[in-house]
Structures are given as C-alpha cells and as structure tokens.
Design a protein around this ligand. Structure first.
Ligand code: HEC
Ligand code: HEC
Ligand code: HEC
Length: 262
C-alpha cells in the first residue's frame, strides 16, 4: 500500500475516533446536572439551569456546592404570610420559598395513615409515645432532642390534619410558612428574623423593597436542632477564598479605605 495513503487512512481513523469520543464527552456533560444547596444540605437542593440564554439561575461554590449568587432571587417564591409588624412592607414585597416540594412524606400523611381510621381515632394527649413505624421512615425522630424532652410531635404537627403544622390556638399552619410555628415558642428569634438580624434575606435592601426571607426550616432541621460541633445544628464552614480581582486591578487595598470622609 502506498505509504501516504496508509498515513491518510490512519489519520482519518484517528480523527473519527477522536470526534466520536468528543461527542460522547459533550453528551455526558450535557446530561450531568449541577445540583447545589441553598442553606441546609440535603433539604434545600436546587438544580442549575438557564433562566434565559447566558443567565444562570444560580452560581455555586466549587468547594462546598453552596449557592453564592442568584440570577433571579425571587424565582419560585410565594408571598409571606402576615407577620405582625411586617405590614410596612407593601403586599407581595415579602416573599418566601415553599417547603412542601422538598417534603416527600407530607403528601401521603393523611391518605394511608393519620386519617382517623388507620390508626383508629386521633391522639388524646401530646405526651411522647414510642412510634416504631415513624422511626423507620424518619430515623431522626428516634432520639428526639428538640426542647430537651419538653416538647413532642403534636406541639408542632396538627393533631387531626397531619399535612399541616399547628399554632398555639390549635389552628393549622402551612409547612411553607414555618415562621408561624417556630415563632410561637421562639418569639425573640421571630422578631430578629423579621427585622433581618437573624437568618438570611436576599433581594432589594431598600427598607420596603422586595425581599426573600429564608424560612426557619431552610436552615434548621426541626427534629434535630442541636446536632453539630456547637450543639446548635451547624458545623462551621471554611470561608470561601476571595473572588478573582477585576481585569487590570493589582490588589484590593482600596476596600480598606472608607468611601465617605468624616
Ligand atoms: C419543633 C416542631 C416539630 C416537632 C416537635 C416535630 N416536628 Fe416533624 N416537622 C416539623 C417541621 C417544621 C417539618 C417540615 C420540615 C422542613 O420543612 O424541612 C416537619 C416534618 C415532618 C415530617 C415530614 C418529613 C418529610 O420529609 O416529608 C414527618 C413525617 C414528621 N415531621 C414527623 C414528626 C414526628 C414523628 C415527630 C415527633 C417525634 C415530629 N415530627 C416532631 C416540625 C416538628
Ligand atoms: C412548642 C415550642 C417550640 C416550638 C414550636 C419550636 N421550638 Fe425550638 N425549642 C423549644 C425549646 C423548649 C427549646 C430548648 C431550649 C433549651 O433548653 O435551651 C428549643 C430549642 C431550639 C433551638 C436551639 C437548640 C438548643 O437546644 O440549643 C433551635 C435552633 C430551635 N429550637 C429552633 C426551632 C425552629 C427552627 C422551630 C420551628 C421549626 C422551633 N424551634 C419550634 C421549643 C420550641
Ligand atoms: C439562614 C439560616 C437561618 C435561618 C433562616 C434561621 N436561622 Fe436560626 N440560627 C441560624 C444559625 C447559623 C444559628 C446559630 C447556630 C450556632 O450558634 O452555632 C441559629 C440559631 C438559632 C437558635 C438558637 C439560638 C441560641 O442562642 O440558642 C434558635 C432558637 C433559632 N436559630 C431559631 C430560628 C427561628 C425561629 C427561625 C425562623 C423565624 C430561624 N432560626 C431562622 C441560622 C438560621
């Protein structure tokens, strides 16, 4: 065989293989989703996608997978329920992200079980009782710690409507508005959270601008609030490295100077 021809054939073969490998890799990359978490790992996952061409819904940390930036901070949010003293904010400007979509068991709570028939009737008291079936489904309630032995399931879950939480009057509270539940016992935290001192808000920082409040359960696991190095449910994260400086900037010394002269 002519030497040149065989070379061309080998080259063509190689290119073919290379192209198909490249195509496979590209396919794999397209299929692989980037899933990050917003606040509590395992309970606030969000998938990266484009809101419109070139605009991602989120940017995530390469070291922790935590969301660091939002393309649209209000995406998927609903109005916050009425919270006393938050009425200065125009209606629709205080929003929260619903929890229901993250809770896989809740939609079935009142269907097969807790329907008044299986088991028969509803509990007559709120005292702790062993619940092996629940422990098998939600292992975290096995050694329930929240309140250090002074509170139990029906202090938070509605006794007859199990797909809802409960306030101090016995009225139902949505899983999407847990601040109304937690606030019935943690009034000080509710106040700080409402005013933006506790927890997290994103959006327009002007006093009555539109903002998303992260709800209590986006950060705290209500069944296990003490876990972690500080016995408060959180382990400390390594701070992120500073972001890359803009093109042409040598250092960030200017940040040490106060922009307003006194
Ligand atoms: C301090 C209040 C509180 C107490 C006490 C409590 N829960 Fe919950 N529970 C909640 C909240 C709030 C949620 C929703 C969590 C979220 O949004 O991530 C929840 C969620 C659940 C779910 C749904 C989980 C899912 O993934 O769909 C089950 C089941 C449950 N609790 C069972 C129990 C049992 C059993 C007990 C008693 C051992 C209990 N809870 C005690 C507040 C409480
Ligand atoms: C029925 C009353 C009640 C409700 C409702 C309630 N808590 Fe608690 N919570 C307590 C008590 C009591 C303690 C224990 C305080 C202590 O002994 O230090 C506690 C402790 C805590 C702690 C501190 C952990 C610790 O013990 O050091 C956190 C965090 C917490 N709760 C968050 C929440 C969140 C979030 C919600 C809503 C999902 C909530 N709580 C709802 C009564 C309640
Ligand atoms: C953005 C996340 C976030 C949100 C939202 C949030 N918290 Fe917290 N919370 C924290 C952190 C972080 C701590 C401090 C933990 C520590 O001390 O290690 C904390 C601590 C607490 C404590 C214990 C404080 C103490 O001094 O013992 C309580 C109680 C509490 N939060 C209740 C709430 C309630 C009620 C809500 C909703 C109204 C809420 N949190 C919303 C992150 C959050």
């Amino acid at each position: 065989m002519n030497r040149n021809l065989s070379r061309t054939l080998i080259l063509a073969l190689f290119c073919n293989v290379a192209v198909s490998v490249f195509a496979q890799e590209a396919g794999k990359q397209e299929a692989k989703e980037t899933v990050c978490f917003e606040s509590r790992k395992g309970a606030s996952e969000i998938t990266k996608r484009e809101i419109k061409p070139g605009l991602p819904n989120i940017k995530c940390s390469a070291t922790t997978d935590a969301v660091l930036w939002y393309g649209d901070p209000y995406e998927g949010t609903v109005p916050m329920s009425k919270v006393p003293l938050l009425d200065k904010i125009p209606e629709g400007n205080a929003v929260v992200k619903p929890r229901t979509e993250k809770l896989s068991l809740v939609p079935t709570c009142t269907l097969a079980c807790h329907n008044g028939v299986t088991p028969a009737g509803f509990p007559k008291h709120k005292k702790p009782v062993p619940i092996p079936t629940m422990e098998a489904m939600v292992p975290e309630v096995k050694d329930f710690q929240h309140g250090r032995g002074r509170i139990w399931c029906l202090d938070c879950h509605h006794p007859t409507k199990r797909n809802l939480l409960v306030d101090h009057f016995g009225d139902p509270v949505s899983f999407d508005q847990p601040q109304l539940l937690c606030g019935k016992c943690h009034g000080d935290k509710l106040r700080d959270w409402r005013d933006g001192i506790h927890g997290k808000r994103i959006g327009e920082f002007a006093s009555t601008g539109k903002k998303r409040w992260f709800v209590c359960t986006e950060c705290h696991n209500p069944h296990n609030v003490q876990n972690g190095a500080h016995q408060r449910g959180f382990t400390q994260l390594q701070p992120e490295a500073p972001p890359q400086l803009p093109f042409g900037m040598k250092d960030a010394k200017h940040e040490k100077q106060h922009p307003i002269h006194h």
